[in-house]
Design a protein around this ligand. Sequence first.
Ligand SMILES: [Zn+2]
Length: 235
Amino acid sequence: MFGPPMPEEPANAKAVPIPPSRPDGTEAPSDREIFGPPAPRMLPDKRSSAPRPATMPLEEAACRTRLKVLGVEFEEFAPQSDVEGCALPFALKLQRLSRQIDIEPDAIINCATAEASARFAANIIAPAAKAEFGDELTVVGQASAYVCRPRNGTRKLSEHAFGNALDIARFTLAKGTAVDVEPAPPEKNAKFLGVVRKAACGPFKTVLGPGSDADHAQHFHFDLAPRRNGGTFCQ
Ligand SMILES: [Zn+2]
């Protein structure tokens, strides 16, 4: 006896584990389909499979020229990628945000995020430190830049997996004051941190920090995630 016709399904549906959703329609690398480890830990992004051009795209070169004008110190860094779909084809090692402002430790990051961070430090963080503490911003303490990992609690790749995000945990001023990103900072610090966080929404497309969720209790997460209509997500 034959039952009703089965709904159409790919011939390999039983042979290959398929992630529950692949919203951008990208295909997993073929070696994964042939030899495939269990299910991939992370879902690829359209940036995951974009071929790396042999020569540096004009926009990447122009970005580097702008960094030099801003006084940013950086070096070219080896391209980063991973079978999981992480990709940072034109990586930089960011060493200083400006002549006055260091970043510690050096950050492996893409040029767009380096530029956004340098402009933000010079135009927003430094003036906010001056206004609130009467002191100069000297160091931005970063907690994470390029890291090949999913977003916490999901299988979607983090913006960190593309070098498109920077986590900041501490701001250090010339006279030695250290302002940590934390859930209940002293009042003066809270005011400064609040100004910085609010102003980050726009220059960065995602802004998270203490109160957003448990993962962001000790740092600000700033990224340049591409969003429809150029929107922002600031929480
Ligand atoms: Zn982050």
